[in-house]
Design a protein around this ligand. Structure first.
Ligand code: ADP
Length: 448
């Protein structure tokens, strides 16, 4: 097992990885920008190294500075968390080239899944169901038109290098296709430096359901069931649940078995999540994330597993030590992503936290790096806390979340706590019957 792990991240996820390491008896190295000198992940780590000025490109994305920090401190491995360098294949390669272990998949698999066209090709070969659309990149507009006519409108033009919902444009009819084609390519070029695009049928009322997997380097693959992440705004998740209110155990098992067999064939290693759209009882793969996800705690709560410890054990070469038959699902878990934003306009609201009080009690978990007196810097992602609850049923989990949201205090800045409270109070949310478009309308109605 590793003696020391460098955590190439900040905020709640850096803390999350630190906690796993500490329980495993592994020392931790925090890296931080000058803006984060007093951050909780720096305070709690065994050692810390300043890697640059506030801007992420000069600090948390500064590969040379991170690798020197790892070398100077004698770390054995690097955990990238999510975001930043976590899906950067070149970074993973450089970590390994420096004689350190990258706690994640192989660079080849990161690269393959980072290119959404290559990812869909791989899944097609592995017999994983896909959203109907083009096979590979579209070279010309005429090709796009031909595929659109075949799968029928509405369609979506998507960037091969896409992420965060960028480079994605809907065309509802043939008249709108040329514009969508042009705009998606231009956006993809400016956001990702790559204008390759592909086309998918646009599903009008899907749910977002994803499957968590772990694979060791001995060929064992196990899945940990699904997360329903249908509550999204601008393609960003706000609330996640395990399990999905619409899926039966048999449907989960069927999809899980197919995915596990596919990833085993691929020789995939470490944690991964396959994202699907689900409509009319059908799953359609959209992308695979080759890292730990923000919403991983809901899976941990229902499966009673520590996914970060498993990632570390796998990277150290250990076998999973259990099979699919050993994985049991218990109860229901919900996560609310609490961000430093205005709950109605979503305008960023960084600043000093005058009072912070975390809720507690049975089945309540808070993953956050906040403390009273901490100043949320304006330079990074606005996520400040993940409030997670676990209860025997979905109904009880909602009741517990309402209670926990009511207890939580984050004073001094605006947060999305009131929005989450309104969602939990809403009868439609409580019914479990909604699609990925529901939250957008809910937010618009509150603004009106
Ligand atoms: P990104 O990597 O930019 O997040 P994804 O492919 O994961 O892009 O899609 C993000 C979100 O966009 C999905 O969760 C879903 O809400 C929506 N979306 C993606 N593909 C489709 C589609 N074919 N039809 C309808 N909605 C889609």
């Amino acid at each position: 097992m590793f003696g020391k792990v460098l955590i190439a991240n900040r905020g709640e996820i850096a803390l999350r990885v630190h906690r796993a390491c500490q329980e495993m008896g592994i020392r931790t190295v925090a890296v931080h920008s000058t803006a984060d000198a007093t951050a909780m992940h720096v305070r709690l780590a065994d050692e810390s190294v300043c890697i640059g000025p506030p801007a992420a490109r000069d600090s948390y994305l500064n590969v040379a500075a991170i690798l020197s920090a790892a070398t100077i401190t004698g770390a054995d491995a690097v955990h990238p968390g999510y975001g930043f360098l976590s899906e950067n294949a070149r970074f993973a390669e450089m970590v390994e080239a420096h004689g350190l272990k990258f706690i994640g998949p192989s660079p080849d698999h990161i690269r393959m899944m980072g290119d959404k066209i290559a990812a869909k090709d791989a899944m097609r070969r592995l017999d994983v169901p896909l959203v109907p659309g083009s096979t590979g990149a579209l070279e010309t507009f005429e090709e796009a038109r031909a595929v659109a006519e075949q799968v029928k409108y509405p369609v979506l033009i998507k960037a091969a290098a896409g992420g965060g919902g960028r480079g994605m444009k809907v065309a509802r009819s043939a008249d709108e296709l040329e514009e969508a084609w042009r705009v998606a390519r231009a956006e993809a070029k400016s956001a990702f430096g790559d204008d390759s695009v592909y086309l998918e049928k646009y599903l009008d009322r899907p749910r977002h359901i994803e499957l968590q997997v772990l694979a060791d380097s001995h060929g064992n693959v196990v899945h940990f069931g699904e997360r329903d992440c249908s509550l999204q705004r601008r393609h960003q998740k706000l609330v996640e649940e395990a399990g999905s209110p619409v899926l039966t155990g048999a449907e989960r098992d069927e999809l899980g078995a197919r995915v596990s067999a596919g990833l085993s064939k691929l020789g995939y290693r470490n944690a991964g999540t396959l994202e699907f759209l689900w409509q009319d009882g059908q799953f359609a793969f959209i992308e695979m994330n080759t890292r730990l996800q923000v919403e991983h705690p809901v899976t941990e709560m229902v499966c009673g597993i520590d996914l970060v410890k498993e990632q570390i054990r796998i990277a150290a070469g250990e076998a999973l030590g259990y099979t699919q038959a050993d994985i049991a699902f218990s109860g229901h878990a919900i996560e609310c992503r609490i961000t430093a934003e205005d709950p109605e306009t979503f305008a960023p609201s960084p600043g000093r936290i005058t009072t912070y009080h975390a809720p507690g009690g049975l089945g309540v978990r808070v993953d956050s790096a906040l403390y009273s007196g901490y100043t949320v810097p304006p330079h990074y992602d606005s996520l400040v806390a993940k409030l997670v609850v676990h209860a025997p049923t979905r109904r009880e989990a909602i009741g517990r979340m309402r209670r926990a949201l009511g207890e939580m205090v984050v004073a001094g800045i605006r947060t999305t706590l009131p929005l989450h409270q309104a969602v939990m109070d809403d009868p439609e949310f409580q019914s479990g019957d909604y699609t990925i478009h529901w939250l957008e309308r809910f937010v618009a109605a509150r603004q009106a």
